[in-house]
Design a protein around this ligand. Structure first.
Ligand code: ADP
Length: 591
């Protein structure tokens, strides 16, 4: 982003010293001059009109304005009384008019409407606006504007960081060196490197070097070698400069529905894999877990507006009329051979209508697929509802990547329940606690405690830990961990109070085995380990449904183990053992 802001050559002739941070800061000043800038600026101001103190200048111009205005009004009244034509003016009257105008301009400047200043600064603002709309990356540049507003008056001054020495790493060729220079001096946009060079790896190397030189910060430690940059182009990541390494650990075997799975978990949280592994062990020794898929449908909810609430309600009734479903689903399903409309749920806010479309999406997580189907239906509806104004293809009633009761209650993606009965001796031997302690803790922590906290779908110990780790390992969208981690964990003593019945109910697990990050080499290897790589040929959708069940099974293992650790008072002890290495972290300063 910083490189983008440097791309634009400065329009103003104003100069900055090198410790201003170079062109980047110049850009900030052009958009919104700071208080400091104004005091340093040579731009003329209204108060500079007389070489006198500000209060005297003000007094003179105020007096002049009102006395001249009073004089001219009197002259005007006399002329009307004496029937003298208004355009016949004396020299004194001309002088009065000129004085009135001068003092008026001064007063405008005093009240902040400084003509001189606004004329000087306006052209550069207009130039930026024009460039922004012409530039395909204007959204990114909009962000710059947001973060570059001048600070409020009472904000303490930000200490100036000395400009670091640029880091220069020699490049493979003189030509590459030239390209890096073009990026750093702003003549070649960083985002265009891939299309200009036709070589994604080379583009990433050059961008990374330019970034280091611009920021003066080293990227040593962020690997660049050993990654297929072609595989992310136009699909997974823009403007790459390397990749982050996350270790993948294995928990399992997870015995689920009679099958064994070794579960890959990408995490940097010590204890997490070990703990999930212990849960898997307890489940395995007790005969494994059983899962049931309750629902499978991705949602998208556009928002449309009408002139009246009555008209909006007419569309609601039309969409909810069972006789219309067949027509609507034919239109919707044209989007893909895997998209199958399941239903439309509507909600209104005044004259605005929110339509939550739900459809199955095969092995894809399905956001693209459902969005295309929704667009088909909106186009179709427009012919009968001409007055329908489409405000947005997503109106947040979907609800994607935000905590929302609609997902918790209605479900989104895959809704799964998973259960196991853990034998009394396994609770003692493997989990080192008792059934009664677990049941009591679950009631007071996961149910009552979460109610006290006003939780929304968070009636569990740490479902999101397992969901995130499996999501990252298998190329899911990590942002969807928000709703995918909705989970209620139940624990109950069964078999005359001897054994433990434990279950997790997760209404909105959003996963896919095709599309997005799932096709990248590492992520696809993890899917392969689970036997759910890519699209299922025999039964489209079965791979992604199985993945959702594995996620729920792993969450069940994680819940068991963490709850046991808390019940037994082991949590802090084990974290100190696995989470804290003895390395001296004070050495890890930024460079
Ligand atoms: P998403 O909708 O999750 O964003 P994409 O649209 O990126 O996913 O990827 C889905 C693509 O994969 C579609 O073009 C679809 O036709 C194709 N595809 C192939 N096999 C399957 C399958 N079994 N299930 C779903 N999609 C499949």
């Amino acid at each position: 982003m910083q490189m983008d802001s440097r791309r634009r050559p400065p329009k103003s002739s104003r100069t900055t010293s090198s410790n201003d941070g170079g062109p980047l800061h110049l850009h900030h000043k052009q958009l919104a001059p700071s208080v400091d800038d104004r005091s340093l600026s040579p731009t003329p101001k209204a108060s500079d009109a007389l070489p006198l103190p500000l209060y005297l200048t003000n007094a003179i111009f105020f007096t002049l304005f009102f006395s001249v205005a009073y004089y001219l009004l009197h002259r005007w009244r006399d002329k009307i009384r004496n029937s003298t034509p208004l355009h016949v003016v004396t020299f004194a009257e001309i002088a009065a008019i000129v004085s009135l105008m001068a003092s008026f301009i001064y007063l405008l400047g005093f009240f902040g409407i400084d003509f001189v200043q606004s004329f000087i600064t306006r052209p550069s603002h207009d130039a930026w606006d024009l460039e922004d709309t012409a530039n395909p990356n204007y959204l990114i540049n909009e962000d710059h504007r947001l973060v570059t507003c001048p600070p409020p008056a009472n904000t303490p001054p930000i200490p100036k960081i000395p400009n670091p020495e640029p880091i220069i790493t020699p490049l493979a060729s003189v030509e590459d060196e030239e390209i890096v220079k073009s990026v750093t001096d702003g003549t070649l946009p960083s985002y265009s490197l891939e299309s200009k060079l036709g070589d994604c790896k080379r583009a990433a190397v050059i961008r990374r070097e330019a970034l280091q030189r611009i920021t003066g910060r080293s990227l040593e430690g962020l690997p660049i070698e050993g990654f297929d940059y072609d595989s992310v182009l136009g699909q997974c990541c823009e403007m790459p400069v390397g990749y982050v390494q996350i270790p993948v650990g294995i928990a399992g075997p997870l015995l689920l529905n009679g099958m064994e799975y070794m579960v890959p978990m990408a995490t940097t949280e010590g204890c997490l894999v070990a703990s999930t592994n212990r849960g898997c062990k307890a489940m395995y020794a007790s005969g494994g877990a059983t899962s049931v898929l309750l629902a499978d449908g991705m949602t998208r909810a556009p928002v449309v507006r009408f002139e009246t609430a009555k008209r909006a309600s007419e569309l609601k009734l039309f969409l909810e009329e069972p006789d219309n479903f067949d027509t609507l689903s034919i239109v919707f399903n044209r989007s893909s051979r895997f998209a199958r409309l399941q239903g439309i749920k509507c909600s209104m806010a005044g004259k605005n209508l929110y339509m939550r479309f739900k459809c199955s999406t095969g092995d894809a997580m399905g956001m693209n697929m459902v969005s295309k189907g929704v667009q088909n239906v909106l186009d179709f509806l427009q012919s009968d509802f001409h007055d329908m104004e489409v405000i947005g293809i997503s109106g947040n009633f979907c609800s994607d990547k935000k905590p929302a009761a609609v997902n918790w209650i209605e479900g989104r993606g895959k809704s799964v329940v998973c259960e196991a009965i853990i034998k009394e001796e396994i609770v003692k031997k493997v989990l080192k606690t008792s059934v009664a302690s677990l049941v009591e803790l679950n009631m007071l922590k996961n149910l009552a405690g979460s109610a006290v906290a006003g939780a929304l779908g968070g009636f569990n110990a740490h479902a999101s830990n397992i969901v995130s780790a499996v999501f990252i390992a298998t190329g899911q969208d990590p942002a969807q961990n928000i709703e995918s981690s909705h989970c209620i964990t139940m624990m109950e003593a069964v078999n005359n109070g001897k054994d433990l019945h434990v279950s997790v109910t997760m209404p909105s697990i959003e996963v896919g085995t095709v599309g997005g990050g799932t096709q990248l080499a590492s992520q696809s290897a993890c899917l392969n380990l689970l036997g759910v790589k890519g699209a299922s040929k025999e039964s489209p959708g079965s791979n992604s449904r199985l993945l959702a069940s594995i996620v729920a099974g792993s969450v069940l293992a994680g819940e068991l183990s963490l709850m046991a650790a808390i019940a037994q008072g082991q949590l802090v002890k084990s974290h100190m053992k696995y989470n804290r290495s003895s390395r001296d972290i004070s050495k890890a300063a930024s460079s």
